[in-house]
Design a protein around this ligand. Sequence first.
Ligand SMILES: [Zn+2]
Length: 282
Amino acid sequence: MDRRTFLKRLGIGSAGVVGVSAPIGTYAAGHHFGESQAAGNFSASVVAGERHGRANLWWSVEAGQKVLALTFDDGPTAQFTAKVLDVLDTYHVPASFFLIGEMVNRRPDDVRRSIEAGHEVANHTFDHLSASIQTPDEIRRTMERGADAVADVLGHRPRWFRPVKGHITGAVLNSAAELHHDIAVWAYGRGPVAGSPGVLADNDVAGVRNYMIDNVFDGAIVILHDGIGRSAWEWSGPDEQLVTQRTAEVEALPAVIERYLADGYEFVTITKLIDGYGPATS
Ligand SMILES: [Zn+2]
């Protein structure tokens, strides 16, 4: 999929972003980006209205060498964040954490620990609701509150934003541009999601490990989780299926990192991956 096609599928057209309100999650799912990357395309850049500037969207770069960015979504949580940080410490690898603002407010010490360990922290909305069910005002508000929650710990708003479930609408792009966020989605994660061929059992640690080893490529942004989404604090409590899936990801993590290191991969933050290995975007 070339850039024009990508923008067209977003419903945007090549001239800029205007009033896209329909959810486009089908195209935002990580494995679609992975396929398009294989054809040599790795980013989209959109002009989000002449007044508001521009938001760049990334899922990988053509790095030309063995480098990748591990990312963790939906934290911080009591269940997973410390475990993930311990594993990253053990192997001395940096990662990037896409944080939910509500959880940042509840567990700022976990965020401090991440920052002090050299990891990058980023915005994954305040309330972890999909943009596909929010109005443009709600999208803008949750993005801004998420950025401010991170800023309370980090000292400034983070550069990076990741939309919930990868759902991107015109309002997401516009708000990202207004807030000077770049958008990072992902190239691959734990494996095929429910409803896709080859879907893994929720607790299949070996399956997750093998999928992640088989699908690695230079310049990839990789998605994992140290949280369980909105159910961490609302609705009927943690979604047990997600807890099982996240547990399998975290249990697979050491073996995945070991293999990547053995294969010569360098781990970098999102900022280092994009600024160090991506094409210039300005
Ligand atoms: Zn999420």
